[in-house]
Structure formats: structure tokens, C-alpha cells
Design a protein around this ligand. Structure first.
Ligand code: COA
Length: 387
């Protein structure tokens, strides 16, 4: 196994991108990553492209080949990865495996989703496909509904409050205000979140990540060759993925995501670190309760303790552990196939010291956490600036 580094990153602006189709979004992020890596196209050997439901949202399949065309890489093999909202994280992991194993040297990992060309109800149905279509979606449950059940149980078992949920949205919107790529540039108050319309009790509009368009890309290389392209390669210290049941009804618990605990444990072991060593983390806050559970499942807090800690500001920008500095899925947006790759882009900018107004001084070790569906898949990566 070889060490792997990220040598280039690119991101499109996230949001309602009616000015751009899926091709333009991929080009925006992909060309930025190639330029950032200072790499010529004939050195790229493979493309891994994450997208969840481009067929449902756009009528477009075979997206990785399109990605390759858009980047002018016409003869480069490309493969699409679909793993629900973890499509981007899983694409990154497969790119990592390809380089680490020695099969490929330079690979591009992209993620994209163009969700706003369909109605909210069509988007909800498409997203529902990340669960069990027959036993969950067909029975009437939506994704906000699944996470609302987890929230209710977490509140029942640990006394988590709606204000604690709201404080996740307030923190992540505050970070998004400092991120020019983010969908929302609007500070929120706890009161505003609490007063927003109920989507699925106890989750309100401002507890939810939005429907978004966007793309992200990274370029991977073996660490030993990385400095040829870039003075500040970011080493991937660990890459791990775990599974739990697709259906929520068959889980051991509703107050956490077992796939995350397992993936995190493996990642810490591979990286030879503990949660205490992490200074920045991009976690999967598709709903505010999801960030609270993630902070517990990733081992940053004991079960039932994360909600109060977030409300007390312990994970705000510039604290010992700064969480979702990009604005997270809530504030930056959640174009589902792009999210896992976007998380890596943000961590690379932070570890390079290039995160502008939201730079966390002394950011040393970064973690990304990308969940598929209601928790059937969880992907965790750990990163450090190469010595
Ligand atoms: N956060 C903040 N603002 C949001 C928002 C969100 N999640 N969703 C919509 N808005 C804003 C819109 O920008 C719009 O503002 P404007 O009136 O100033 O233009 C306003 O709220 C109404 O937007 P609209 O598009 O009518 O909202 P909607 O009711 O159709 O959709 C949700 C709202 C919450 C249902 C939708 O965002 C959603 O389904 N989110 C969850 C996505 C999801 O499940 N992802 C997968 C996770 S696993």
C-alpha cells in the first residue's frame, strides 16, 4: 500500500444554479482542480465520478464519461459511483484505493448533482430512493421523516432539545456566511429556526439541508510524487467505510448511526490517532440531528452530550475542534453526489491555510464524514498536511 495525497482541489458555487447545467458545474469544479494540481491531462489515468440520482434529476446517466468529456480528457476511463448521499465519499475512497494499491498513479475524483430542475416533491421522491423504496418510501416516509424519528428518540433518551438542534443550523449558517461557494449567506438565530415551518416534527425547514446544485473535484497522486505538482500536498491518513441495514426499522438503535462508529474506529486505527487529535471536521449534517449524532458516533462526545456542547459553542469556528467550517450541508448546500468530495476540498483548504475568513489557525488533522441514506453507508477519511 502506498501513501496517497491530494494535490489539487476544485469547487463550483453551490446553490440554485439555474445559470448552469450538470456539464458546466462539472467543468467549473474539475478544471479548477486540474489547474490547482498543475497537471497536464495526459498524466491522468482514471476518473471516479460520484452522483446519486442524475437520471431522476436530469435524465442523464453515464455521468463519469460526461465528466471526462467536459474536462477534455476524452480517452481517460471513467466510472460512476452511486452510493446515495455518500456517492462522493465512496468515489474518493475508490480513488484512494486505486492509487494506494499502485494500479493507478494520478486519478481525478469528482462529485456532482443538479437537483433544482425538478419540483420539491420530485426531488423528495428521488432522495427517498436512498432508503428502501418498497418498505419505507412507498409507505409514505420521506428523508426528513426518517431523521425526525431519530431526533424524537434522541430527545426521549437523552433530553436533547429543539434549541440544541437549532444551534447546529445557527453555527453552520454563520460559517457559510464566510464561504463564497456556499448556497446561503444568511445568519440565523435560534428563534428563527424554531419559528420556521415544520417539515416533519421536530424538524423544521431550517433544520434541513436544502435542495442544491453543485460539483466538486480532487486530484490524487502517490505521496512520493506529489511534490512534483504541489508544494502543500495533503496526505490521506485513513480511508474507511462501513455499513448498517438500509431500513431504519432493522437497526439496533435510532439514536446513532452504527456505520459511522465502525468506520470512525477503523479510520482512527489506520491513521494512528484518537478523536482528540482532530482539529477540523466536516460532518454529514443533512438534518441538524444528524450532526449531533455524528459528533457522538465519531467519538468526539459521549452519547447524549453533543447537543449541549454544540449549543455552548464548543465546535464553533476557531475552537479546539471546529466543525463544518464550510457551512456544512445545512449552510453550504447539499448537492448529494458532490457533498463527500466537497468535504475533502474544504479540509484541504483548511490544512493548506487557504480557507480565507473561515481559516482555523493551526488546523493540523482534518476529518470528513459522509453518510448515505439514513445511515446504511458511512465513509470517513482523515487528512494531514504532508511533512
Ligand atoms: N434551509 C434554509 N432555507 C431553505 C431551505 C433549507 N433547507 N430550503 C428552502 N429554503 C428557503 C428557500 O431559499 C426559499 O427562500 P426564499 O423564499 O427567500 O427564496 C424558502 O426557503 C422556500 O423554499 P422552497 O423551495 O419553497 O422550500 P421547500 O418547502 O420546497 O423545501 C425542504 C424545503 C426542507 C422540504 C427541502 O429543502 C428539503 O427537502 N430538504 C431536505 C433535502 C434532503 O432530504 N436531502 C437528503 C438528506 S439525506
Amino acid at each position: 500500500m502506498r501513501d496517497v495525497a491530494i494535490i489539487g482541489v476544485g469547487l463550483s458555487k453551490f446553490g440554485e444554479r439555474w445559470d448552469s447545467g450538470i456539464k458546466e458545474l462539472m467543468a467549473e469544479a474539475g478544471l479548477m482542480a486540474l489547474e490547482d494540481a498543475n497537471i497536464s491531462s495526459n498524466e491522468i489515468e482514471m476518473i471516479f465520478g460520484g452522483t446519486m440520482a442524475s437520471g431522476r434529476f436530469m435524465g442523464q446517466e453515464h455521468v463519469a464519461a460526461l465528466m471526462s468529456d467536459q474536462l477534455g480528457l476524452n480517452n481517460i476511463p471513467a466510472v460512476r459511483i452511486e452510493n446515495a448521499c455518500a456517492s462522493g465519499g465512496s468515489a474518493l475512497r475508490l480513488g484512494y484505493i486505486a492509487v494506494s494499491s499502485g494500479i493507478h498513479d494520478i486519478v481525478v475524483v469528482g462529485g456532482v448533482e443538479k437537483m433544482t430542475d425538478v419540483t420539491a416533491s420530485e426531488a423528495t421522491t428521488a432522495l427517498g430512493g436512498a432508503g428502501d423504496q418498497e418498505w419505507e418510501l412507498f409507505q409514505g416516509i420521506t428523508f426528513p421523516g426518517l431523521y425526525a424519528m431519530m431526533a424524537k428518540r434522541h430527545m426521549y433518551e437523552y433530553g436533547t432539545t429543539e434549541e440544541m438542534l437549532a444551534s447546529v443550523a445557527v453555527k453552520n449558517h454563520a460559517n457559510a456566511v464566510k464561504n463564497k461557494y456556499a448556497q446561503f449567506h444568511k445568519n440565523l438565530t435560534i428563534e428563527e429556526v424554531m419559528k420556521s415551518k415544520v417539515v416533519s416534527d421536530p424538524l423544521k425547514l431550517l433544520d434541513c439541508s436544502p435542495i442544491s446544485d453543485g460539483a466538486a473535484a480532487v486530484v490524487l497522486a502517490p505521496l512520493e510524487r506529489a511534490r512534483k505538482y504541489n508544494d502543500t500536498p495533503i496526505k490521506i491518513l485513513a480511508s474507511s467505510q462501513a455499513r448498517d441495514t438500509l431500513r431504519l426499522a432493522e437497526r439496533d438503535t435510532l439514536t446513532g448511526i452504527k456505520a459511522t462508529s465502525i468506520a470512525a474506529e477503523k479510520a482512527y486505527r489506520q491513521a494512528k490517532i484518537t478523536p482528540k487529535d482532530v482539529s477540523i471536521a466536516e460532518v454529514h449534517d443533512c438534518f441538524t440531528i444528524a450532526e449531533i449524532m455524528a459528533m457522538e458516533d465519531l467519538g468526539f462526545y459521549k452519547k447524549g452530550k453533543a447537543g449541549k456542547a454544540i449549543m455552548d459553542g464548543e465546535t464553533a469556528l476557531g475552537s479546539k475542534l471546529s466543525v463544518n467550517t464550510s457551512g456544512g450541508l445545512k449552510g453550504c448546500g447539499h448537492p448529494v453526489g458532490a457533498t463527500g468530495v466537497k468535504q475533502a476540498v474544504e479540509v484541504v483548504w483548511q490544512l493548506r491555510g487557504e480557507a480565507g475568513d473561515r481559516q482555523v489557525n493551526g488546523a493540523n488533522i482534518g476529518l470528513t464524514h459522509n453518510v448515505g441514506g439514513s445511515g446504511a453507508t458511512s465513509v470517513v477519511h482523515v487528512y494531514k498536511r504532508a511533512d
